[in-house]
Design a protein around this ligand. Structure first.
Ligand SMILES: CC(C)(COP(=O)(O)OP(=O)(O)OC[C@H]1O[C@@H](n2cnc3c(N)ncnc32)[C@H](O)[C@@H]1OP(=O)(O)O)[C@@H](O)C(=O)NCCC(=O)NCCS
Length: 122
């Protein structure tokens, strides 16, 4: 059963500005596993990756119904790319299955999160 859906559109430059202007921003946004993946990239690919994680976490927070804040923070949600490059949610407060999808152009990243319950208690 579908329990929630969230979408987000983020400007890559806006996130890149936060990366450049605030040295702690990347550590605040990304979990250690995401940081490890991020550090393998450079240039536009690195900018897409970090903007994608920002957007995915915003999408999750909408699907969850709270926004990012006291109830769910950036470190509570982890999305890493699997060996085929697909974004895979490896940590979140939701007990069921979390489906994630990302798309970008040169300037924008769009993401979608769907929360699916696997039993009636989720
Ligand atoms: C809820 C949140 C994710 C919305 O994202 P946004 O980038 O401000 O705005 P978007 O255009 O992507 O989305 C706006 C829509 O989110 C939806 N929305 C707002 N609160 C929501 C909630 N609790 N649950 C689900 N959807 C929500 C609304 O439909 C809203 O559209 P509306 O204004 O026409 O009603 C956002 O407020 C938030 O939590 N941001 C965290 C930002 C942050 O932590 N910044 C720290 C800076 S380092």
């Amino acid at each position: 059963m579908i329990k929630g859906i969230g979408i987000d559109l983020t400007e890559i430059d806006r996130v890149q500005a936060m990366v450049s202007e605030h040295p702690q921003f990347v550590q605040r946004l990304l979990t250690p596993a995401e940081l490890k993946q991020y550090r393998q990239f450079s240039g536009q690919r690195a900018a897409e990756y970090v903007a994608g994680r920002w957007s995915l976490k915003e999408s999750f927070s909408k699907a969850w119904g709270t926004g990012i804040g006291a109830q769910v923070g950036f470190q509570d949600i982890e999305i890493v790319d699997n060996q085929l490059g697909a974004p895979t949610v490896t940590k979140s407060p939701f007990n069921g299955i979390v489906h994630a999808s990302v798309s970008h152009t040169a300037t924008l990243v769009m993401t979608e999160i769907i929360l699916e319950s696997v039993d009636k208690d989720d």
